[in-house]
Design a protein around this ligand. Sequence first.
Ligand SMILES: Cc1cc2nc3c(=O)[nH]c(=O)nc-3n(C[C@H](O)[C@H](O)[C@H](O)COP(=O)(O)OP(=O)(O)OC[C@H]3O[C@@H](n4cnc5c(N)ncnc54)[C@H](O)[C@@H]3O)c2cc1C
Length: 442
Amino acid sequence: MTNYLILGSGAAGISASQAIRKLDVQAEITLVSEERDGYYSRPGLAYLLSGEVSEGLLYPFSKADFQRLRFNLIHMQAKQILPEQHQVVFSDGRRLGYDRLLIATGARAVKPDLPGMALQGVVTLDSLEETRLILRLAHRGRLAIVAGGGITALELVEGLRARGVAVAYLLRGERYWPNVLDETESRIVEARLRHEGVRIYPHTELVEIQGKNGKVVGARTADGRQLRCELVGIAIGVAPRKELAEAAGLRVDKGILVDDRMQTSQADIYAAGDAAQVFDPSLGRAIIDSLWGPACLQGRTAGKNMAGGGDAYLKGAAFNVTRLAGLTTTIIGGVGDGSKDPNVIGIVRGDSEGWRQRPEGLVAQTSSEVNRLRLLLGERKVIGAVVMGDQTHSRTVHHLISRGVDIGAIREKMLQVGGALDMVLAEAANRLDEQGGRQHGA
Ligand SMILES: Cc1cc2nc3c(=O)[nH]c(=O)nc-3n(C[C@H](O)[C@H](O)[C@H](O)COP(=O)(O)OP(=O)(O)OC[C@H]3O[C@@H](n4cnc5c(N)ncnc54)[C@H](O)[C@@H]3O)c2cc1C
């Protein structure tokens, strides 16, 4: 009987365990989690904070599911991996042996090295425990500062607003999330936040968090501003938890380096999810994904290979459906750097604007009802897209991007200024459906 040990019971660890159980019914599968809460939806934390879901809805598995799958779930922290002995040492001194080990330890929120970070009231939206703490602190009428530029920062801002907290949102740069959104998209998000009463401070960096009796009372910014607050939310990125692998002598870079079978540089040790750094053939380098979908897929691939299944991880186009200032937004493929490539053309449709073609994909937004689609077109393929509001075309565009569909035949039609791109996309969708139908029927 093969003994599988999984460090971390998040999306990657659970997906790997399910894949192992499918291939090896006899397997002894032990999942270790340092979090008492075990397996829950991390993306769901934002909705718990905003009050849209209750805690109970965050758990995808019941006790009965764990029993049915015969996973041993242990609440413990792994302290050291001993590859030679095929053992892991835990915080209580216990050792567990393994035949195959998976490191699925995820990532943790980066905390800046600032005076006052240890004060009560400095929070990150990182775990269920941390979210409960934010909920205990987020009373109506309180003042909060949120610093950071991506999705999690916005989730903190919106969650705190939903709890009646007054929020000052500090942006390091000139606008919101400039490495992914174009200027119009950033401005749309900012306008909606202001409408919700959020005060936005561009070009503003925290340099000190100030406290009294161990609790946050204010913060100082690089430009000398003094802001009063009782809460400081930090969301400046996540860092893969690679320290166990590094100490055990495994190859690491930003994360734990794995091959396309999710195997690390050490035989019998695999890594998956936010902790792993996987080769991306489209970019020609190893990257970190930090998304739920890829964590599940990587976990499944690792599990299959650990159980002798043999399966290569094929990284798909990046795909993230999220909500930015209440606006459903789908981000597909490469949208950040495309506009710097002279061969890439951006086309945008804003409500009541028709289609506009601009090199940087910019269009003025005139309607208060925001429906916006930005496509980045390469010479033969759609490279990336941002779909805001109306999601009618997101599935088609996702298919065009993820399947690398040759758009040579429709590209000219797509580029016609004021042309009926809606119809071109609908046509593309029909073709894709027909192809799919033929494949299923074959
Ligand atoms: C607030 C928030 C919102 C998000 N929203 C989205 C979203 O909208 N869409 C999306 O695609 N992704 C989103 N993500 C990211 C997504 O949740 C992660 O990519 C995914 O959870 C990664 O899964 P994982 O299994 O690799 O790691 P995790 O889910 O982090 O699980 C790793 C587990 O390992 C445990 N662990 C670590 N070290 C040890 C140790 N030494 N011993 C024992 N246990 C250990 C950790 O405590 C943790 O429980 C969001 C994340 C957050 C925090």
